[in-house]
Design a protein around this ligand. Structure first.
Ligand code: NAP
Length: 295
């Protein structure tokens, strides 16, 4: 990995991730042709893989934006900025100020607010936008899934199931279950949940990936009756679904919000690079040599 390049100016209360060179404007680079600047809205494995694929390309600068939810995020290839933009207007301003040529929304499938803001800011500034979303999970024979539209709906449906629930919908969704007194909640989250939380609560601080072996043991040892999760997709946290299928356990699964209308959606890094090459060429003819395969 090459050393981090200077970023084109600080903006907003956002901060740079530790260990990265926040940098100031880079006029020399500008004057000699500044290269393509891709802003990746991150916080996912896919965003990290995309930054790793873009960073070594000559003439390409990648900045990953993190919300700042995780206390000590792992280092990322390319430049990193941390913190909200202050709504779609703030993001639009950032795109202009940092001369972003393409925006990739590689946030988590459930980060619906950020995805809406990205679509709005891209439209305001004319910045090409792609959504990189890992595919959702698919039901298999033997699964006992009930699809719901929100954590609130999952909470309403819970009374139909046994009293011990494993909840993996994220600590932000706990408020939806806070009023439920009839169930014991085993909550698995990356960081300690904040109130309001359900009364009968046990927290497991952990971060994937999880093995099938470990998930089987978890369901067995905690005598879980029902799994409540969201359709995050991907392999890192899928083993719980296999373990639930094996035990014949019901799963309440929250549907993803739809991606913003009219925005091209890719499902992996190679597809994203192909689409980027396609959308960047008309706006930056000088970048004609920037192809999906070039590094
Ligand atoms: P959200 O509800 O869609 O966004 C709430 C606000 O957080 C946004 O309006 C934005 O603030 C800020 N934000 C979100 N993602 C950002 C990013 N990549 N860079 C800068 N600001 C960002 O998002 P969320 O569900 O809380 O997720 C926050 C982050 O955690 C995302 O990066 C996401 O990829 C990651 N994540 C989320 C989940 C999940 O289940 N939701 C799971 C794993 C990882 P401003 O309006 O001020 O710009």
């Amino acid at each position: 990995m090459r050393p981090p390049r200077p970023e084109a100016g600080q903006h907003t209360p956002a901060r740079e991730a530790p260990g990265r060179d926040a940098g100031r404007d880079a006029p020399a680079q500008r004057a000699s042709g500044r290269g393509l600047h891709v802003l990746v809205l991150g916080g996912t494995t896919e965003a990290r893989a995309l930054a790793a694929a873009l960073d070594p390309r000559p003439g390409t600068r990648v900045t990953t934006s993190l919300a700042g939810r995780v206390t000590a995020p792992a280092a990322l290839p390319g430049a990193v900025r941390v913190g909200g933009f202050g709504g779609p207007g703030g993001l639009a301003e950032w795109l202009r100020a940092h001369e972003v040529d393409a925006l990739v929304d590689a946030t988590h499938p459930f980060a619906g607010t950020m995805s809406g803001h990205a679509a709005s800011a891209a439209a305001r500034t004319g910045t090409p936008l792609l959504v990189l979303r890992r595919p959702g999970w698919r039901e298999q024979p033997g699964d006992r899934w009930e699809w719901v539209d929100s954590a609130e709906e999952a909470a309403r449906r819970l009374s139909a199931y046994g009293p011990r629930a494993l909840l993996t919908t994220g600590r932000g969704s706990l408020a939806a279950f806070a009023a439920i007194d009839t169930h014991h909640f085993l909550v698995r989250a990356v960081e300690e949940p904040r109130p309001p939380t359900p009364r009968h609560l046990e927290v497991l601080l952990d971060r994937g990936p999880y093995t099938l072996e470990a998930e089987r043991a978890l369901l067995r040892e905690h005598r879980v009756d029902v799994l409540v999760t969201k359709d995050s997709g991907g392999t890192a946290t899928a083993a719980k679904l296999t373990a639930a299928r094996e035990r014949g356990l019901p799963v309440l699964i929250v549907r993803r919000p739809a991606p913003p209308a009219g925005v091209p959606v890719t499902h992996d890094v190679p597809q994203t690079l192909e689409q980027l090459a396609r959308i960047i060429r008309p706006t930056r003819p000088a970048a004609g040599e920037w192809t999906a395969g070039s590094t």
